[in-house]
Design a protein around this ligand. Structure first.
Ligand code: FES
Length: 156
């Protein structure tokens, strides 16, 4: 991961503090989360303390500090999906996984997050599982989906 971080850092100018948020975003997009190593490196690159970086990053709920699960579920809760019942999907995923959005299950198998639109509003509610879109999803379909995904992980 260190090499990946170095490549990303090369695109930015050392000491330019206004680059902090775009830099953290880019690291998260590339690596999937902000590790302690990444925070320390960014701190010394921009001349900021790790405390300051954690303070700023935790202010934005889009940043993650733990790796995603093997199965990463993204649930849309944008207006259109919400009107079609996305809240029930969120409740069901929470119930099935036992975690909150942005967390990862202890076994590292599942994580999920909520976004405001995935561009498929006419097919909502929409969820995305490891890059694959599922449309018109209803809460009652989710336990079966989670069971299948668990089976895939356990037999991989
Ligand atoms: S609101 Fe869910 S895809 Fe647009």
């Amino acid at each position: 991961m260190s090499a990946d971080l170095d490549i990303i850092l090369k695109k930015y100018k050392s000491g330019k503090r206004e680059d902090l948020i775009p830099l953290l975003q880019e690291i998260q997009e590339y690596v999937g989360y902000l590790s302690e190593e990444a925070i320390v490196k960014v701190g010394s690159f921009l001349g900021l303390s790790t405390t300051k970086i954690y303070g700023l990053a935790t202010f934005y709920d889009r940043f993650r500090f733990i790796p995603n699960g093997k199965i990463r579920i993204i649930i849309c809760n944008g207006t259109s999906c919400f009107l079609n019942g996305s809240q029930s999907n969120i409740d069901k995923i929470r119930e099935e996984t036992g975690i909150q959005p942005g967390q990862t299950t202890r076994d590292g198998n599942f994580s999920y997050e909520i976004v405001s639109c995935m561009g498929g509003c006419h097919n909502g509610p929409v969820i995305n599982v490891n890059g694959e879109f599922h449309t018109h999803i209803k809460a009652e379909q989710l336990p079966e989906l989670i069971r299948k995904l668990k089976y895939v992980i356990e037999n991989d």
